[in-house]
Write a protein that binds this ligand. Structure first.
Ligand code: 5RP
Length: 290
């Protein structure tokens, strides 16, 4: 029986003060359940609405590619500067200490390597994602690929069903086949298809006319960095993407293949979250890299 001796009567009900309307900082997520919003808020900073996701899932296709030979040495020193870690379950379990306490976007499909053209990916077991306490699950879509488009859309659809059941958002990853034009029409189409099928976040690439891609996508779009560029160009890419409506970056090679990885991720973080220009970001990179 609870102690009733000192049960104090409430007297501070602020009668007449309307309850504050709660707005949500993640695009398209206002109607989602609390658990989903909590996960999205762990990824997208509520103060800026933006996210720097550090992608190091490349090994699931590429093996020990440059900059990811030793994730313990190459990536762990960067983790503190990332808002979210994007990796596979194998690397999460074997290398990333749970004490880093960062939200994880788990690469949640598998089945392809650089040695084949195949994209016949299957999705992982949702129980794995739950056990690993991830904040989002990433699934690739091969839009325009006659062999695998339907299969990968079905993968996303299924993952969204499962994620919705357990409160885990899904990120649709737009893979670009060699035969596809890397333009706003293609990325706009692929991003919108991800969102229409329920993706809560879309990862795509920056391109000329990206403002239309971002505007027509009802959920946040983050950009992959793609192949390694000189640091100044990579920061320009981040800046232009943010100016054109991206909600952040999910960047890998342009960070972990930089000569100064810690300086680069901090410069990217500043461009994404503080609105500094690419030039200012590059100056910061140079200062930190000294
Ligand atoms: C690899 C991926 C990467 O996560 C994605 O391409 C982002 O990395 P990068 O900035 O190096 O392009 O999906 O399969």
């Amino acid at each position: 029986m609870a102690d009733l001796d000192d049960l104090r009567k409430g007297n501070n009900f602020a009668i007449g003060v309307t309850s504050g309307e709660q707005r949500f900082h993640v695009k398209g997520a206002a109607n989602l359940p609390w658990g989903m919003k909590d996960q999205l808020s762990r990824i997208f900073n509520p103060a800026t609405g933006k996210a720097v996701m550090l992608a190091f899932d490349h090994g699931f296709i590429m093996g020990p590619t440059s900059g990811l030979e030793r994730i313990d040495l190459n990536i762990l020193p960067l983790v503190e500067y990332a808002d979210c870690l994007m990796c596979t379950r194998g690397i999460l379990q074997s290398v990333v200490p749970p004490t880093v306490n960062k939200p994880v976007c788990l690469r949640s499909d598998a089945g392809t390597s650089i040695l084949t053209e195949l994209n016949d990916n299957v999705i992982i077991d949702i129980e794995d994602a739950i056990r690993l306490n991830v904040s989002a699950m990433a699934v690739m879509l091969a839009i325009g690929d006659t062999s695998y488009e339907a299969k990968t859309i079905a993968n996303l659809y299924k993952m969204v069903d499962l994620g919705s059941r357990y409160g885990i958002p899904v990120m649709g990853v737009t893979a670009v086949g060699k035969q596809m034009a890397r333009d706003a029409r293609y990325f706009g189409l692929a991003s919108r298809i991800c969102a229409e099928n329920g993706a809560h976040i879309v990862k795509t690439y920056y391109c000329e006319g990206f403002d239309k891609v971002a505007a027509a996508c009802p959920v946040p779009v983050v950009i992959a960095g793609g192949k390694k560029l000189p640091e100044k160009e990579a920061l320009e890419l981040c800046y232009k993407a943010i100016q054109d409506g991206a909600a952040g970056v999910d960047m890998g090679r342009n960070v972990f293949q930089s000569p100064s990885t810690q300086a680069m991720i901090q410069a990217v973080h500043a461009v994404v979250h503080t609105g500094i220009t690419a030039e200012q970001g590059y100056e910061l990179y140079q200062d930190l890299a000294k």
